[in-house]
Design a protein around this ligand. Structure first.
Ligand code: FE
Length: 340
């Protein structure tokens, strides 16, 4: 397969060339995490180890294309993704290498690790249902119920170009098959209060503005509204209720932020140090406290804000490998039903 960069990408890369320090040990990270709070994580790592972190941020697809194009000459050591499906895509592109670490082996539960150690989960995020408490008396309790005609013109959910929705639909395909998944997606489009727009926070804002009664978002975008002052959300956040979907059956759709060592990694020792650091008490607490994600490592206590949504049953039956296996079918369905 020929390697082609998406248009404009080559230029963007040239502008963001890695500034590697001449003497100090360093590790180069390609990250599709888009959270400013992660700066604190890397600062702590450098303080502890003396290893500098050089970071390039872009979407996972852009970073995978870049890793493919760079091949053996890639300066990247570590790849971080916010979606298990994208990490599987990286795996299939051959840009990762397996690595053995007793530390990671011991700290991360087996179901959050790749069976051949190509990647592991660093934090968990649930995609759940939110509703306007004053307008919805009996909110939908399952993803399936969102497609019910009862919710005609009431649902806000972001674009299908977003990986969170792609993996959600991929999980529906895995559970119900493609035909039923297409009916479901068509039902959601039918029920949309407006054409998809904005990020997850915007779907929550629309509950407060009254534009929609039901919204779908990752759990931490809601929790952030308590921690920090988010315009259009924080002041009236008590008006929003949440539902852990599909409790009592397969459980809530949970995705993983994941970490891996890249195939060409020129600084393997520094890479190993960073990857192990990501499973440390400090890093795991960081994911919970700074971004309200759920830690991958069991026994790491949740801060009060992150614990706010209570206990839930996650969907651990639907293997995250399905997110990438069904990605193409999901995209076809989105196109078919006009979910932009
Ligand atoms: Fe996010």
């Amino acid at each position: 397969m020929p390697l082609t960069l998406p248009r404009g990408l080559a230029a963007a890369f040239a502008l963001t060339a890695l500034a590697a320090p001449a003497l100090a040990q360093s590790v180069n990270v390609y990250s599709s995490r888009h959270y400013d709070s992660d700066d604190r994580l890397y600062t702590e790592f450098t303080e502890r180890t003396g290893i500098e972190v050089n970071r390039i941020e872009a979407s996972a697809d852009e970073l995978i294309a870049r890793l493919e194009a760079e091949g053996d000459n890639s300066p990247a050591d570590v790849f971080l993704a916010v979606d298990a499906g994208r990490m599987t895509r990286a795996e299939n592109s051959g840009v990762l290498q397996s690595f053995d670490s007793e530390t990671i082996e011991a700290r991360v539960p087996p179901h959050l690790q790749h069976p051949e150690n190509l990647w592991f989960g660093i934090s968990q995020r649930a995609r759940i249902i939110f509703y306007a408490k004053d307008r919805v008396e009996t909110p939908p309790r399952t993803y399936e119920a969102l497609a019910d005609e009862k919710w005609d013109d009431q649902i806000c959910i972001r674009s299908s170009s977003n990986v969170y929705n792609q993996s959600l639909l991929a999980s529906i395909i895995e559970v119900h098959g493609e035909d039923a998944a297409e009916d479901w997606a068509a039902g959601i489009v039918e029920n949309m209060a407006r054409a998809p727009q904005g990020g997850d926070t915007d779907q929550l804002r629309a509950l407060i503005s009254g534009e929609c009664d039901i919204a779908v978002a990752n759990h931490y975008y809601f929790l952030r509204g308590f921690d920090t002052d988010i315009s259009g959300l924080s002041d009236n956040i008590d008006e929003i209720g949440w539902i852990w979907p599909n409790q009592g059956e397969r459980g809530a759709h949970v995705n993983l932020a994941t970490a891996a060592q890249t195939a060409a990694s020129p600084n393997p020792e520094a890479a190993a140090a960073l990857l192990e650091f990501l499973t440390s008490e400090f890093a795991q607490r960081h994911f919970a406290e700074a971004n309200n994600e759920y830690p991958a490592v069991p026994g790491v206590g949740l801060d009060e804000d992150t614990a706010r949504l209570g206990l839930f049953i996650p969907d651990t039956q639907t293997n995250t490998a399905a997110f990438s296996r069904n990605a193409k079918a999901a995209q076809q369905i989105f196109n078919e039903v006009g979910w932009n």
